[in-house]
Design a protein around this ligand. Sequence first.
Ligand code: ZN
Ligand code: ZN
Ligand code: FE
Length: 759
Amino acid sequence: MISRTKATIRGIVQGIGFRPYIYNLAREKNLCGYILNTSQGVEIEVEGAAAQIDSFFNAVENNPPPLAHIASIEKTTLPPARYREFNIKESVVQSGRNTLIAPDVCVCDACLREMWDPSNRRYRYPFINCTNCGPRYTIIEDVPYDRPFTSMKSFQMCEQCLQEYHDPANRRFHAQPNACPVCGPQVMLFDARRNLISSGDPILHAIELLKKGYILAVKGLGGFHLAVNPENTHAVLQLRERKNREEKPLAIMAASLGRIKTFAHVTPLAEALLTSPQRPIALLPAKTPSGISPAVAPKNKFIGVMLPYTPLHALLLENDLPGLIMTSGNLSEEPIVIENEQAFERLGSIADYFLLHNRDIYLRSDDSVVRITDRKKRIVRRSRGYVPQPIFLHKPYPPILACGAELKNTICLTKGRHAFLSQHVGDLKNLESFNFMKLTVSHLKRILDITPEIIAYDLHPNYLSTQFALEQPCNQKIGVQHHHAHIASCMAEYGIEDPVIGLAFDGTGYGTDGKIWGGEILLVDGVRFERLAHFSYTPMPGGDAAIREPWRMAMSCLFCVFGESCLDLKLPLLQQIETNRLGIILEMIRKGINCPETSSLGRLFDAVSAILGICTRSSYEGQAAIMLEMALNEAADDTPYQYSWEKKEDTYLISPSPIISAVVNDYLAGEAPAKISYRFHQTLIHLFRDLCAQLRQDTGLDRIVLSGGVFQNETLLTGLQQTLEKDGFSVFSQEAVPTNDGGIALGQAMVANAALSAN
Ligand code: ZN
Ligand code: ZN
Ligand code: FE
């Protein structure tokens, strides 16, 4: 009995070795028929014994190629057609671009084995790749994903490479970046004065320079890294000084899991993340002491680690380097450098040597960052390896462009059931980042073939992303409140439609009353939200300056609680800051000069951190809050401090004063900051638990959504989520989408969709 089945498979099924996989699988199962790439995905027909057909689809569903992502398989049974063999049919060009583009992925094991094999023609070739691995998104100029539309177009394949490329049984069948030492890209080593260093093998030479403590700019997959030996404190400090990066932790790339285990604690989940094809940076608990210089992640319990993800990285780590610091090749907050010429210009004052190559990067993509909280993977920065893989929506959306926030900007485009959250764009405070944002929008619109019907943006009138949105020629636009978007982002991630109680805690977001929000409990119901509760307003002396200098927030909180006598408190903070500066700040608070008001929980963390003398000046975003959490001692007394709120009209106002007062009293009574920090965290957990119980009574809702940058605090997130779940709430916190402002664009898109369907 001969059976014949036709199937349409949608998802990420092109450009990732799907056709050779199907070809080989069909032959193995003695099936005839064909496979064809279409704009929808792939079309397959198989004919043969029914049992073999079942086992064929079983394998496709359960064991597809590593980079495939199958969204759906639609099957129909047809009368036999008497096929005589299995073929790969030539693709027909169709209108509509519905095929998903694969992200960049790490070099596969098969390629690595060939690279280390002295008899292989690609022995030690740093650009080896196949259909299962290598660059994708970062080298694509346009679709369809074919070599002429990638940065490989300038390299003509040699005969041997062409043969592989055309052989359906070969791992390199239609591998667009296929290359070898004869025909493909090459690496070159230069000094900072652009002199080519021609002696021997540039990679071996680079390793020697790294061992000596030099700083190298290394061109990678999605942009440049600055590389330095992590055991050499002098070199690390020099990198920090030249890059003007005081204390922000630096990530380390190490050759193997074994190496990583010498300086970080690796759980099985962490191991799975580190070795996943996305190869993100994982933030893991650091082992101390270890060989790694303390200057890599000062005062931090965590260390960012990753495994090599390109053949070039693997070659750089082949000798006995303990690992490499691989930090973004950029000047402070600018986007990472991707062009060779730009590298000399921008990084010339930082790097001593430049390891370059001649394969162009079309679209930059920073390393992704993940952490593990409450035994779950949480994406902190969703970029290389994940983008442009879509977030799958629970229902189809119209074409929407969401422009994101200002910090950690990403943009989002939707189409059908897919939300395409862009790679990390960065902080839109400088022109370079803004240009990159505009480029990302136009590039994604083109390759995904999306013309937005509605544009969503943040309510902050001064954000460049807002100004960009307002300038676009599109009839429908919607401003979305920042914390509304945070909660919606989490709702979109889990496909939640019904109203929720949303706890949106972060540093800054523009409120509908023109004030700076950030400690908000909202009722979110699609396009509508209601402010159920928030922290009462505290002045931020100097506006943004209060973010960089947490001691200003401390003074503001102290003044609210103790009035004029706050200067008499025996706090080290008051000795550290010059008397006249303290005087000026108090005068600003008294008179309300340049003191925008905020309800931000992030700023409350800053104030407590500064009062305890843990961090009075912040050299990177969130530092004071991070240091406060790093300082806590979990063995300490967990009794919460007193807390209170009052009801004003329909809103509960949470007062920070009793908490500040208790923190100061405990400190003056000689309690260790480690204990106070722990009690402070416990206080917040108890406070929100009680308040949520009250809100459940008021609203009848028992679904809680947690979002906002403050939830990167592990103690707060884990403690609160577990407590609320014990109380019978369903609690949702973000995993696949960043809880920080990197996830805002998805939330904006969800609100825009709700607005459209409400009309
Ligand atoms: Zn490969
Ligand atoms: Zn070749
Ligand atoms: Fe935010």
